[in-house]
Design a protein around this ligand. Structure first.
Ligand code: CA
Length: 379
C-alpha cells in the first residue's frame, strides 16, 4: 500500500516536471519565433524600400590631388564612402574644374554644389572675421586652434559667421606653422624689407606693407614664374613639403624658417546647410566625423613630411636656411598689433570673434610656455 502510494506520488512529480520542461521549451520556441518574425519584418521592410543614396559634389581651391591641401578632400570622400557603405558619395573637383578656386564659397552658398574645401581667409572681403579661422600673424598653433574651436567656443562663432550665407563650416585640415618664405636677398634688418615685392596674402601682407614692403597676391601656380622672372623678390607659400613640390629653390636662394604670419594655418570644409539637413541623421554624423578625422590626418601628414623635405632642400639642393633677426620679428609683431586693432575697430563681427580668440590664446600660451616651451629647450 505504502509502496503503491509512493510510486503514484513519484509519477505525479515526473508528470508535473515534464509539463514544466515542455512549457519552458514551448516558451523558448515561441519567443524565438517572435524574435525571428521581428527580424523578418525588418528585413522585409528593408527589402521593400530601396536604400536611398546621395551623390555630392565638392569644389576646392587647390589643384586636384595637390600634396597635402588637395589630399584632404580626397581623404574625406574616401572616409564618407566607406563609413556610409556607399550611401553618400562625394565627387571632388580641383580649382577651375567646376568653379574657379576663389569662387568656392559662392558655389556652396548658392547650392550649385553641396560642399567646398578652401581657406577661410580667402573670404575676408566678404566676412572680415573669416581670417581668424584661416591664419592670424603671431596667432595660435594648430593644436591650440583646434582646442579653441572644439572646446573654447570657436566653432560656434564660426558657424554663426557663415549662417547668413547658408553654409555650415567645419575645420578641414592644417598645414601647421608655415615658413616665412623664399627670398632672393638676405634680410638682415627691417630696412631690407623696404620696397621688397613679396607674394604674401591676408593679414600677413597687410603687416608687410606697414614694414615698407610691397605685398602682392598670387595663386600658388603663379609664384614660381614670378620669382624667376624677377616680378617679385620674395614669396611665402606653405613649408618644406609643399614648397619642394613647387621647386621654389630653383628661383630663390634663401629660405627663411621663421614662423610669424601663418602660425597654424587651418583649412575649411564648407557645407551647404540645406544639403546637410536633407541627409539622414547617421549620414550627417558621418560627414562631421570624417571632417574631424581629415582635420587631424592632414596635420599628421605635414608633420611627417616637412622635416624630411627640409633635409632634401638643404642636402640635395643646397638651399641656404635662414632665420629672420629678432628685431625684425619684433617690428612685425608691433605692426601686427596695429593691424588687428584696426580690424577690431572697423568690424563688429571681427571684434566679437577676436575677443574669444585672443582671450583663449593668452591663457593657453601661458600654459604652453610653462610646459612645451620649457620642454623643447631641454629635450
Ligand atoms: Ca601661406
Amino acid at each position: 500500500m505504502l509502496i503503491k502510494r509512493k510510486i503514484k506520488t513519484m509519477r505525479r512529480a515526473i508528470i508535473s516536471s515534464t509539463k514544466l520542461i515542455m512549457f519552458t521549451i514551448l516558451s523558448i520556441l515561441l519567443l524565438a519565433a517572435c524574435g525571428e518574425q521581428k527580424t523578418n519584418k525588418v528585413a522585409a521592410v528593408g527589402a521593400a524600400e530601396p536604400i536611398k543614396t546621395y551623390q555630392w559634389k565638392m569644389v576646392t581651391s587647390w589643384p586636384k590631388n595637390f600634396p597635402g591641401l588637395g589630399i584632404g578632400p580626397e581623404t574625406f570622400a574616401k572616409y564618407v564612402d566607406e563609413m556610409s557603405a556607399g550611401r553618400l558619395t562625394v565627387q571632388v573637383y580641383g580649382a577651375g574644374e567646376l568653379v574657379p578656386g576663389f569662387e568656392v564659397f559662392d558655389a556652396v552658398s548658392q547650392g550649385t554644389v553641396q560642399m567646398g574645401h578652401s581657406g577661410a581667409y580667402y573670404w575676408k572681403g566678404k566676412i572680415p572675421a573669416s581670417v581668424i579661422f584661416g591664419a592670424i600673424p603671431f596667432g595660435m598653433t594648430t593644436s591650440e586652434f583646434n582646442a579653441w574651436l572644439q572646446y573654447g567656443g570657436g566653432l560656434a562663432l564660426w558657424q554663426e559667421l557663415y549662417k547668413p550665407f547658408g553654409i555650415v563650416p567645419m575645420a578641414g585640415g592644417s598645414s601647421g606653422a608655415q615658413f616665412a618664405g623664399w627670398f632672393k636677398k638676405e634680410i638682415n634688418s627691417i630696412a631690407d624689407l623696404k620696397g621688397l615685392k613679396m607674394r604674401i596674402p591676408g593679414l600677413g601682407g597687410e603687416v608687410m606693407k606697414r614694414a615698407g614692403a610691397l605685398p602682392v597676391t598670387l595663386t600658388g601656380g603663379e609664384i614660381f614664374s614670378s620669382l624667376q622672372s624677377g616680378a617679385i623678390d620674395a614669396s611665402e607659400w606653405v613649408g618644406p613639403y609643399n614648397d619642394l613640390a613647387f621647386g621654389f629653390h630653383q628661383a630663390a636662394q634663401y629660405y627663411y624658417s621663421s614662423v610669424w604670419h601663418e602660425t597654424g594655418t587651418s583649412l575649411e570644409f564648407l557645407i551647404n546647410e540645406k544639403a546637410l539637413a536633407s541627409l539622414p541623421k547617421d549620414l550627417q554624423k558621418i560627414v562631421e566625423v570624417a571632417a574631424r578625422a581629415v582635420n587631424q590626418d592632414m596635420h599628421d601628414e605635414y608633420n611627417a613630411r616637412n622635416h624630411v623635405a627640409l633635409k632634401t632642400l638643404i642636402e640635395k639642393h643646397n638651399v641656404q636656411l635662414r632665420k629672420l633677426p629678432d628685431d625684425v620679428l619684433q617690428e612685425l609683431k608691433k605692426y601686427t598689433e596695429q593691424v588687428l586693432a584696426e580690424q577690431v575697430e572697423n568690424d563688429q563681427g571681427f571684434a566679437k570673434v577676436w575677443q574669444s580668440y585672443s582671450e583663449f590664446l593668452s591663457s593657453i600660451r601661458e600654459y604652453n610656455d610653462l610646459t612645451l616651451k620649457e620642454y623643447f629647450q631641454h629635450r
